[in-house]
Design a binder for this molecule. Structure first.
Ligand SMILES: Nc1ncnc2c1ncn2[C@@H]1O[C@H](COP(=O)(O)OP(=O)(O)OP(=O)(O)O)[C@@H](O)[C@H]1O
Length: 364
């Protein structure tokens, strides 16, 4: 499964020149307001047209201006989910879902019941949209899009109209969709938390151009690519290994080594992306003694970059690279150079978009 995009669109006040390829999973289009994210979504959906471009999804050419190919919107088989669910208010949830099926082309694809189960909306089928929470409405909108048997799902800031509690409710369903439905997703967001938690691949847009792209862990470490550089850090794919109720800790395993965090209400075996902001990682040249922080990972410096008064240090720990933000003076005092053995002390993790109690930062 591949998505290939290479488009150029020139408006009077804005020029977009974007090329990227993405594989299976969830590809996040990430960037500041006005960077061109929605414009790219509209071009893929066929809602607007570039002066030049080629868009190919899994071998099917949707657009190729050089060959005069421009597939109309209704034949593109692209599902769209926007900020607002846009359900038909006079129809029940079941009828809204069936409405999605009306647009399905070809055969196969999941049944209404399978989609309702995947999204946890089976108990809501006979209700009307007005009686649903924002998160429930959004899940119905996703279900309606899935029932049209799309080859690709476009999601344009689907959580931005929801409060934190509703975001928490819907995120696991988007993860299931990503992991179980086998449908590629292009997801627009300007939230580091959402991108870190959901994305497999990230394409960063800036001023209508691709500023950087790659796997989520590589892109989130690039302080130069993150609109708020203080949010830069590593993203680790962790698995819940066990809980220690007496100590009040959950043990996680992952590519950088084991980490303990305050108890999480997640089952053993559950995978989660943990974001370690660079500002929350300290470095020591010797194994620290008498320290309250319990998560100390041995590693080796593999990169140093000065940025103003700060020094960003990349540390290879196991199979992962952690990012630590030190002052330049501290980096000098520690005598850090490439190859230096260090101990990374993880002060806290960001439990993105509400995985933990209340979400946000968790001191560990
Ligand atoms: N229909 C249009 N006609 C002219 N200019 C437009 C149109 N739609 C968007 N623009 C301009 O194109 C630029 C990119 O807009 P776009 O909506 O793609 O950005 P975005 O990254 O999705 O922003 P946001 O995060 O705020 O939604 C902006 O400068 C915007 O003003």
């Amino acid at each position: 499964m591949t998505i290939e995009i290479d488009v150029a669109l020139h408006r009077r006040t804005f020029a977009l020149e974007v090329a990227f390829t993405a594989g299976a999973g969830l590809t996040a289009l990430f960037g500041r307001s006005g960077s061109g994210k929605t414009t790219v979504i509209d071009l893929i959906a066929g809602l607007s047209h570039p002066q030049r471009g080629r868009i190919v999804i899994d071998g099917t050419v949707l657009l190729d201006t050089a060959q005069g190919v421009r597939m109309p919107v209704h034949r593109r088989r692209i599902g769209c989910v926007f900020q607002e669910a846009r359900l038909l208010p006079h129809l029940s949830v079941r009828q809204n879902l069936r409405f999605g099926r009306l647009f399905a082309r070809g055969s196969g694809g999941p049944s209404l019941d399978a989609v309702a189960d995947l999204l946890g909306i089976a108990p809501l089928l006979e209700r009307r949209p007005a009686g649903l929470s924002g998160g429930e409405r959004q899940r119905v909108a996703i279900g309606r899009a899935l029932l049209a048997r799309p080859r690709l799902l476009l999601m344009d800031e689907p959580l931005s109209a929801l409060d934190e509690a509703r975001k928490r409710e819907i995120l696991p369903y988007i993860e299931r969709l990503r992991d179980e439905a086998g449908l590629p997703i292009v997801y627009v967001s300007h939230s580091v938390a959402e991108v870190a938690r959901l994305a497999s691949t990230v394409v960063v847009l800036d001023g209508g151009r691709v500023a950087g792209q790659g796997p989520v862990d590589a892109v989130m470490r690039r302080a130069d690519l993150i609109p708020d550089a203080a949010e830069a850090g590593s993203v680790l794919a962790m698995t819940v290994a066990g809980h220690d109720d007496t100590a009040g800790l959950t043990r996680l395993t992952g590519p950088a080594g084991p980490l303990s965090v305050p108890l999480l209400a997640l089952p053993v075996g559950r995978r989660l992306n943990l974001r370690l902001p660079a500002r929350d990682v300290l470095l020591a040249t010797e194994a620290p003694q008498g320290l309250s922080a319990r998560n100390v990972l041995p590693g080796r410096v593999v990169g140093l970059r000065e940025e103003g008064a700060a020094c960003l240090v990349e540390v290879a720990c196991g199979a992962a690279i952690l990012l630590a933000r030190l002052t330049r003076a501290s980096a000098r005092d520690l005598g850090l150079t490439e190859g230096s053995p260090v101990h990374a002390i993880v002060k806290s993790v960001a439990l993105d978009a509400g995985l933990g109690p209340g979400g946000g930062r968790l001191e560990i």
